[in-house]
Write a protein that binds this ligand. Sequence first.
Ligand code: ZN
Length: 189
Amino acid sequence: MDDISLILKALDFAAVRHKTQFRKGEDKSPYINHPIQVASLLANKAGEKDTVLIAAAILHDVVEDTVDGKKEKNKLIEIIRETFGEEVLSVTLEVTDDKRLSKKMRKRMQVEHAPGLSVKARKLKIADKTMNVHDITVNPPVKWGLERIRKYLDWSEKVVYGLRGVNPKLEAIFDETLQIGRAKYSGRH
Ligand code: ZN
């Protein structure tokens, strides 16, 4: 499969998987907007043109957020392997949280595992965190209070700290995005 075909196939696949989901922000945008923005940030702002990385970026939340239970998860993993190849699958799985763990544990694991990820997974994760911080700044989740937002920003910074050293431009975009978020949510309220 050529590069454009693979990217379009990934977009089609992710759009169908996420078709009933929406982002947590108050504008309730379709979920697929998020993986598209992560992939676009990598390719168009951070100069990352690797097809495996871009396809994995498009697919990055499919395993974590569109299956219920181990059986369904394994089936989806097999489909991704057959359709997109072993490398796209492996980067996708590297950035997939284990949903059997508590939210608190998953957050801790992300910080601990960050430095050990592959270069591609580290780039993808920085782009993911950048877009999440951006979305929370521009479109905060309806039920999130100031404290929760601040904690999220602090946690994102910690995860990205362990991912650094893979793309200075991307890392600078994250820093800038975080700074904008901090500026909006700082101060005593
Ligand atoms: Zn994501």
